[in-house]
Ligand binder design. Sequence first.
Ligand SMILES: Nc1ncnc2c1ncn2[C@@H]1O[C@H](COP(=O)(O)OP(=O)(O)OP(=O)(O)O)[C@@H](O)[C@H]1O
Length: 292
Amino acid sequence: MKSFLYRNPTRASWAEDYSFLNNDSKNQSDSESDKREGLGIKKSYLKVSNLNIHIHKAHILKNVNLEIPDKKITCIIGPSGCGKSTLLKTFNRLIDDTEGIRYDGSIFVDGYDIFDKKTEITEIRKKMGLLSQRPCPLPMSIYENIAFGCKMHGEHKKKKLNSIVEAQLKAVGLWEEVKDRLSSPASKLSIGQQQRLCLARGLAVEPEFILADEATSALDPISSKHIEELFVELKKDYAIILVTHTLRQALRIADHVVFMYLGEVIEAGPADEVFNNPKQELTRKYLEGAFS
Ligand SMILES: Nc1ncnc2c1ncn2[C@@H]1O[C@H](COP(=O)(O)OP(=O)(O)OP(=O)(O)O)[C@@H](O)[C@H]1O
């Protein structure tokens, strides 16, 4: 099993231990998932069942049922406040940090229930890389931004670290731009370069999912296009889940779409079906721009 990635550098969790998922929590959803192979969903890689989220008295996510396919780009769309970010943050249990949170239901990732008490939260976060709206490089050099996570995972061989840093910077198209200044502070990079560095940092610890919350909204159009192109390239190896406000972006890159409204999933399916032939009237109105 690949291990993973993201740690919000503003949190103290960088120093957390890296214990592994307990195999006892693996359950029969695997076999259910496998049956779906060949049906467009390669495998029920991430499966949400009857998920409800309350924050204090507010019912934020309402009985969400969903499957997210592997090696595809899934875009979560819907009007402001409908629960897109909350759903995304639930996938790596970042939601746990919210005061007054209560949840029930289940989310199976690779056959493991991420809410199971035996499932290690650190391992979930390693598996589910989160790229946030604004790039947040660590206050260290370009090189160390990438090497740091690997060191935390026990990789200390200089030669190996050098090759990881180079490979990941190449993967995000940053190598040529920074190869002569690897020891300079990451903060000196442009915002678009910083976002690519954050993506490389996440990839360096081998996630299985890339979660992106409006990851291009703070970028200029060229940097934004660059990140979109990277997602398209990276979907060969990862399941990518994007929250986007930009319908045009979803139209450009989504393979799979989830439309949410007031905390509910109204419709989800292959992008061409949802965009060209939505089943729900509400989806159609949203796509026509009747509300946003
Ligand atoms: N910490 C919190 N406390 C109380 N309510 C919250 C909290 N976080 C989110 N909410 C509420 O949950 C609902 C969903 O918020 P969320 O950020 O998930 O929506 P969104 O679809 O991502 O919105 P946007 O597109 O504007 O970013 C909103 O009504 C929001 O006010």
